[in-house]
Ligand binder design. Structure first.
Ligand SMILES: C[S@@+](CC[C@H](N)C(=O)[O-])C[C@H]1O[C@@H](n2cnc3c(N)ncnc32)[C@H](O)[C@@H]1O
Length: 257
């Protein structure tokens, strides 16, 4: 069982190097039109001028938003991910800056900054997550909006005394298969997503990716530290009401005027 970079992977690309970027835009899943379109609909509706995506990735959302005529900029850590944006419809107009969304500044004042697909969790410290909010506020004009899409921490699946929850077990034939599990540290709010893939020849790959989970109320405090206040909180991009059973939320904070 091996863990580590593939031959073509640049360590500077973090957890999204070439070997991950190459498979990121596969059909279905997060790339399916029924997933992408509602996100783009809401962002287009909230935008009132230029917008900035933190962790823009391969342009899954940025490119179709730009194709609707919205001026889109993006900050992205991984060159391998960002390299895929320009070839998508609308993607050639997306202005991409390679950098860390906790610190990287781009020119311009934006009507909207957005950070989707649980990517606030990729910043693994509370201070770092506060810096994301501060950096979003620094790019917004007064009254501008910061949108975050992120899962509600799934701790209710943890029985007392247990720190690990499986999320996928897919045995294949001849010992091939896949097992995925999350492991939580409820003191630091850090967790790892662990992926074990076994090939039919018996060789295997183990990937352990670090995250930090964060509660909606904690995000509201981060927003307040950064000079923003909650404007909307939905359970999903259909703007449905958040309930105790919601698995994720879409929250919108407004920069104080
Ligand atoms: C799950 S992907 C989401 C990409 C895109 N936003 C989407 O919705 O498809 C997470 C992305 O965040 C990027 N990323 C992680 N930490 C980052 C950071 N601190 N600054 C900028 N980008 C970061 C990764 O390189 C990766 O492209």
């Amino acid at each position: 069982m091996t863990q580590g970079a593939y031959t073509n992977d640049d360590p500077a690309d973090g957890w999204f190097p070439e070997s991950v970027a190459a498979g990121y835009d596969g059909p279905g899943g997060a790339n399916a039109p029924e997933v992408v379109t509602p996100v783009v609909d809401v962002l287009e509706d909230l935008a009132d001028g230029a917008v900035l995506e933190f962790a823009v990735g391969t342009g899954r959302i940025a490119a179709p938003l730009a194709a609707r005529g919205v001026p889109v900029s993006g900050i992205e850590l991984s060159r391998a991910m960002a390299a895929r944006i320009a070839s998508k419809p609308g993607g050639d107009s997306v202005e991409v800056t390679i950098g860390d969304m906790t610190t990287t500044r781009v020119a311009g004042r934006f009507s909207l900054v957005y950070l989707v697909f649980n990517t606030i969790n990729n910043v693994t410290t509370q201070d770092g997550q506060v810096d994301v909010f501060r950096n979003a506020a620094a790019h917004l004009r007064p009254g501008g909006l910061f949108v975050v899409e992120v899962g509600i921490p799934d701790l209710r699946r943890l029985p007392p005394g247990q720190d690990t929850v499986p999320f996928a077990i897919a045995p294949g034939g001849d010992s091939a298969g896949y097992v995925g599990f999350d492991q939580y540290d409820v003191v630091t709010q850090q967790f790892t997503s662990n992926h074990v893939t076994v090939s039919p020849d018996g060789t295997g790959k183990f990937r352990c990716i670090p995250f930090r989970y964060v509660w909606p109320a904690e995000l509201d405090l981060m927003a307040r530290i950064a000079g923003m206040s909650l404007k909307y909180r939905w359970a999903d991009w259909d703007r449905s009401e958040l309930t105790a059973d919601s698995a994720q939320h879409v929250s919108v904070w407004e920069k104080n005027r």
